[in-house]
Design a protein around this ligand. Structure first.
Ligand code: GUN
Length: 293
């Protein structure tokens, strides 16, 4: 058997930069023809430092792409009715093509109920039940950004999806479930694992492509991974190393996994930038549908 080349990087940062560049050209073309720019509104409730960072990144990416951004900040004490009132206002705002409510919401706010108030045509996160239903039904719709980013990244590197055995670890509405649907749409054979899955390491060992979105730092061991598999790590954790310095980790033990996988995403610089690029792409998609170009 020829020796497998291991540990090449799925460079989400580079692929996302190319996507943003293409989107910028498209937006510049539309705006130079006299149209208004696309607009994205981000609703940030409370002051979770990770959410603040993600929102800053999204707004900065909008600026670089020629998309107008609007930030709606609400206090952590805001109630559901107050947040819904902001969403209803944005639904009516002609300058706004996309609305994103940054998750998680603080306290025990009813996340799903709040998201249902976003106009599905402006739901650039693809998390409204209408858009999730369209995804299930195989109909055109706004698709969730992180799972779309995973598929775009795999396709960019020409990883064969049709007929591939894909294992998705994590069954969240934000990532695991939509990722499984998108990968099935590409004719992959998908297994979803979760906290109750028996013999998890063995199931993982059967994967040609492993997508991990379980939210546990460095949980997946290198020894579980099939030699030559493609590994996509959706997790991101901010930890302190033994020297007290911050380390950023994923759900996979990167160094060990890299020595067996053929291709692997780094954390950071893998899936994260792809999520932002897909958000911009959804905003432009929703804009074009509205202005009819
Ligand atoms: N928090 C972490 N990821 C996401 C995402 O993709 N969308 C939203 N709205 N919040 C998030």
């Amino acid at each position: 058997m020829p020796e497998l080349k291991t540990g090449s990087i799925l460079d989400g940062k580079a692929v996302a930069a190319k996507m943003r560049e293409d989107l910028k050209k498209e937006v510049d073309g539309l705006v130079s023809g006299g149209a208004r720019p696309p607009g994205l509104s981000v609703v940030l409730v409370g002051d979770n430092p990770a959410s603040e960072l993600y929102v800053r990144n999204k707004i900065s990416a909008c600026k670089k792409t020629g998309i107008e951004s609007f930030l709606e900040r609400l206090d952590a004490s805001a109630g559901a009715a107050e947040i819904i009132a902001v969403i209803e206002k944005l639904n009516k705002d002609e300058r706004v093509d996309g609305i994103l409510v940054q998750l998680p919401l603080p306290g025990d706010l009813p996340e799903k109920e709040i998201l249902e108030h976003i106009d599905p045509a402006k739901d650039v996160d693809g998390l409204h039940p209408y858009n999730l239903g369209c995804l299930l039904a195989g109909r055109e719709s706004l698709r969730p950004c992180t799972p779309s980013g995973v598929v775009t990244l795999l396709e960019h590197y020409q990883v064969p999806l049709s007929g591939a055995s894909v294992v998705v670890v994590g069954r969240s509405q934000l990532v695991g479930k939509p990722a499984a649907l998108l990968l099935m749409e590409k004719n992959a054979t998908v297994t979803i694992c979760h906290s109750r899955t028996r013999d998890l390491s063995q199931v993982i060992g059967g994967a040609d492509i492993l997508v991990v979105a379980m939210g546990k730092s460095r949980f997946v061991q290198g020894s579980w991974i099939k030699p030559g598999a493609v590994v996509v790590d959706v997790g991101i954790h901010y930890e302190r190393g033994e020297d007290g310095k911050q380390v950023i980790t994923g759900d996979v033990d990167f160094e060990a996994a890299r020595s067996v996988a053929s291709l692997i995403t780094p954390v950071p610089g893998g899936v994260g930038p792809m999520t932002v690029a897909e958000l911009l792409a959804n905003t432009v998609r929703s804009y074009k549908k509205k202005v009819g170009s």
